[in-house]
Design a protein around this ligand. Sequence first.
Ligand SMILES: Cc1cc2nc3c(=O)[nH]c(=O)nc-3n(C[C@H](O)[C@H](O)[C@H](O)COP(=O)(O)OP(=O)(O)OC[C@H]3O[C@@H](n4cnc5c(N)ncnc54)[C@H](O)[C@@H]3O)c2cc1C
Length: 530
Amino acid sequence: MNLDAIIVGAGHNGLVTACYLAKAGFKVLVIERRESIGGGAITEEFHPGFSSSTLDHTAGPFSSQVVSDLTLTQHGLEFISPEVRVLSFSTDHRPLCVYNESSRTVNEIEKFSSKDAGRYPEFLNSFSRIGSVLAPLLSMTPPSINHPTANDAWQFGKVGLAFRGLGKKDEYRLLRWGPMAVADLAAEWFDTEVIRAIVAARGISGAFAGPWSAGTSLGLLFQAALDSNPIAPAVFSRGGMGAITKSIGAAASALGVEIRTNAEVVRIETLNGSGSKVYLRNGEELNARAIVSSADPKTTFLKLVDPVDLDPGFLLKMRNYRAQGTVAKMNLALDGLPSFSGIEGSEARTKLAGRIQIGPEIDYLERAFDASKYGEFSREPFLDITVPTLTDPTLAPDGKHVMSIQIQFAPYKLRQGDWKSRAQEFADTVIAQISKFAPGIKDLIISGQVITPLDLEEVYGLTGGHIHHGEQSLDQFFTFRPLIGFAQYRSPLKGLYLCGAGTHPGGGITGLPGANAGREIVKDLKTIRR
Ligand SMILES: Cc1cc2nc3c(=O)[nH]c(=O)nc-3n(C[C@H](O)[C@H](O)[C@H](O)COP(=O)(O)OP(=O)(O)OC[C@H]3O[C@@H](n4cnc5c(N)ncnc54)[C@H](O)[C@@H]3O)c2cc1C
């Protein structure tokens, strides 16, 4: 087989890159170590009749450009966006809903504070204006620091012009906000703790950081660039998150891409610009003009490439790339819909249909993070919960429900004991915490699945159990992702590329790293002789 590119890993980004290369006329093979495609975006039956998005449970949102370029709707993709973004509870368990529609949210906030209700529209508008300036950065290749090209200057010039168009007030906000602690930013806008905590949640999602950590406002700017709103939405796909990768897999197959599962790459070798090679666990060797890894950067460079092939300085920087996970996941099969405090039966199906956040105040979120700093999981964790069966009943038998729970903070390294011996204690802690806000939930649990950060590494191949292939902080962002000098999807080895969440613009089910990488690799493949 005369291959142009081998993609390591069939997560959504690897598949997106495969599609763009195939669309450009190249012959592509995707190799996935697990039995099925999807990476973080998978739907699996975890109890007879009950399926859940095993890992991530809402999409980034996904790039509409990629959906249209790859005709994913024709390949079965259907997004579901409930009207509620997030439901949270105050310390005295009063519910507050953030809707997609601003005026409905204002009415909700009014129940807590008229002043905060009055500020909410300008909060949204300001982020929306700033987000529209930042949005083009997400789908551009970060400029080269050492060798900026004319195109880099042109792209940046366009962003600069848009920045000047913001006006003094928003320009100043944009420059100030990025490095700020999200707790400070939230406090500048709102007095009510539960609203501050809803805002702050996006800044710490998936991070080894609490709301008082510097730079956590970056997550809000990123979200505003993706979605024009700094509060993360609930975006599901019919059939769970696995349906997203299934549709990309179908698009790839239609474009002639071959996908092999149950095949693990154990070594990548580049041959000095004259081709590249992967070695599989079963002893097979496969050649291609380019190898594109969607595995995380640490896996790629510290496990799959022979260290003698890399410069010691690069290796040192890669070892220092931060990827200490803090997220665990649970999926519950429920006998019915749980009741949450303050939510009337008749409104439950609407109000519980988005994301449900347990994290009533900034101090709660910070304390939840504190535990992980000292190698312990939080006794009162920050929880991001969804009940996908409310919008997609196909995931469970009639009248039954699935609850998907993302738990922070659960550090990859425990100081006492280990994850294998403490998984049950951890699960009990999480259920006890949900029970405070949904008192009858314990009696509804039919079965549960617990996925610890160690499982994320061992089963799903995420180094350090980091859900985003590495911390998304100011020092590992944009031209610094994964490392300064290597943010253009190319690596120090000619013929080896990256296309996963460890590249710009980072984690989340967006398809953007895969699309950006595809564009760069197409350019190179067109210039390299066959
Ligand atoms: C628990 C959890 C919750 C999350 N929640 C959300 C959420 O709610 N919303 C959101 O937008 N994002 C969420 N994320 C993040 C999101 O899942 C990731 O950012 C996304 O999956 C990254 O996609 P990717 O294609 O870059 O990498 P991955 O999805 O990690 O795919 C990489 C693929 O490479 C394969 N692979 C690795 N090594 C090899 C090898 N040697 N040989 C062959 N194959 C290999 C892996 O098996 C995997 O299939 C969550 C992630 C986790 C783990």
